[in-house]
Design a binder for this molecule. Structure first.
Ligand code: GLN
Length: 483
């Protein structure tokens, strides 16, 4: 039962082959049995899950239908869930029970999803390895000595290990696509503004975007359908109709123009990954796509710009965690300054503190123009590169990451080495564009992802291309040994 995709679950529930309650019990037992190896969950919500599953079964018995009605999922632990701990992977929020549901959570719940729990993540979504969580590192089910990617590593590891079919995630600089690549999943970062950020604890507000992590493009379409849409509570949400993503999966790729940026194949890329990307290009050519070499000349400036803008926004967003209003408070503060200093010093981990310091420095008087303003100008250049490219091509294709998943601890002493691994994903966040990663093969037994980028609001095009690719390849069907 645990091998089923969301689409297969929807068919099984509709055909009354099993109930949501039966499925939920199987998956909860599987999580209890197998998750100790992975650490992919911060909280399990068994009671809520069984309640929601029973309610979904009743709704179905009363004639309701829908692909998400009775579908078991989990939420990354930065989506606020009413009355349930919402920790953001941080000691700071270990005792925080959100007083309301995030829009994503309430939308999915009304579509009938069953919440099995809250997944582990890098602290405040800062990281590419899920090693900065206060709740401990997450392991990659493909090799337990390797990282699952981050920051949505818990969602990715859980779905890859077949503990559940799909999960929500967020992507500020690659945190949906990179863990998807590292664990052989399909993950979609939507256009900025497509999915509401209301109730999604902020890391870098102008870059953050929620999206689905699942095994197939078809499942991403199903989950995105339940997440996307205008939300008056989020001032950056865009009032643009949500297409029927599942209905668009079967479009022909005949004549599809795929741009392959020459800058993507530089020295930093593992040559074995480069070969797998070429294979995926050939596969898409067989389906009728036409390949064109393009250029994204400002790509080299994206990492430094991102690692100024994201920490700057983070330093501002995280100032609310002061030990007064909510979150961790130190014991016996001597005075207000002591309260602030010790609460924040004890509540935040090393990577979060590093970014707050970098961000506060970049925003300080005298440095603002030199760093923050300059980074924003680079951001515009990165966007302009994409706009020029999309005049010539329909999608852009390349590797999701320059290397496969590294060993746990391998980059702990050198944070910049980890930042450099984000080279292919962060440009989409800087520009606000949608991006998808899908399985493209293996290197030393570790999964490799191919990334597709599309113009604004063309999530449907990405899902269509990925679905057609997955009808003709079987990488996405491979299951890690032991799971
Ligand atoms: N690895 C990037 C960072 O650490 C992206 C994280 C994310 O997308 N949340 O900032």
């Amino acid at each position: 039962m645990h091998q089923m995709t969301l689409a297969e679950i929807a068919r099984g529930l509709a055909d009354k082959k099993f109930s949501s309650e039966e499925l939920t019990k199987v998956l909860l037992a599987r999580i209890t049995q197998l998750d100790p190896q992975l650490n992919s969950f911060i909280s399990l919500t068994q009671e809520l899950a069984l309640e929601q599953a029973k309610a979904a079964d009743v709704r179905r018995a009363n004639g309701e239908s829908g692909a998400l009605l009775g579908a078991p999922i989990a939420h990354k632990d930065l989506f606020c869930t009413q009355g349930i701990r919402t920790s953001c992977g941080s000691k700071m929020l270990d005792n925080f029970k959100a007083p309301y549901d995030a829009t994503v959570v309430s939308k999915l719940a009304s579509a009938g999803t069953v919440t099995l729990g809250k997944t582990n993540m890098d602290e405040f979504a800062m990281g590419s390895a899920n090693e900065s969580s206060w709740y401990g590192a997450v392991k990659n089910p493909w090799n337990l000595e390797h990282v699952p990617g981050g920051s949505s590593g818990g969602s990715a590891a859980a779905v890859a290990a077949r503990l559940l079919p799909a999960a929500t995630a967020t992507d500020t600089g690659g945190s949906i696509r990179q863990p998807a690549a590292f664990t052989n999943l399909t993950g979609l970062k939507p256009t900025y503004g497509r999915v509401s950020r209301w109730g999604m604890i902020a890391y870098a507000s102008s870059l953050d975007q929620g999206g689905p992590l699942a095994r197939t493009a078809e499942d991403c379409a199903i989950l995105l359908q339940g997440m996307a849409g205008f939300d008056p509570n989020d001032s950056t949400s865009i009032d643009e109709p949500v297409p029927d993503y599942a209905a668009g999966l079967n479009g022909s790729l005949q004549g599809l123009r795929i741009g392959v940026p020459k800058e993507y194949f530089g020295a930093g890329l593992d040559p074995r990954i480069a070969d797998l990307i070429q294979n995926s290009i050939k596969e898409l050519q067989k389906l009728g796509a036409v390949i064109k070499e393009i250029s994204l000349p400002n790509m080299q400036h994206a990492i430094p710009a991102y690692y100024v803008i994201a920490p700057a926004e983070a330093s501002s967003n995280l100032s609310r965690f002061d030990g007064v209003r909510f979150g961790h408070r130190c014991a016996d503060p001597k005075n207000l300054e002591d309260l602030y200093k010790r609460s924040r010093g004890e509540g935040f981990g090393a990577e979060v503190q590093r970014r707050i310091m970098v961000g506060a420095y970049a925003l300080s008087a005298g440095y603002y123009d030199a760093y923050y303003l300059k980074a924003q100008k680079i951001r515009r250049l990165v966007k302009n590169d994409f706009m020029a490219a999309f005049n010539e091509v329909d999608i852009i294709l390349g590797p999701t990451t320059p290397n496969p998943a590294w060993k746990l601890g391998a980059k702990n002493s050198d944070p910049v080495a980890a930042y450099l691994e984000d080279v292919y994903t962060i440009t989409a966040n800087l520009a606000g564009l949608p991006g998808l990663s899908m399985p493209a093969g293996f290197v030393d037994g570790l999964p490799v992802g191919v990334q597709l980028l599309a113009p604004y609001f063309q999530e449907g095009r990405l899902l269509n291309v990925a679905h057609q690719y997955q009808l003709n390849t079987d990488w996405h069907t491979r299951t890690p040994t032991g799971f």
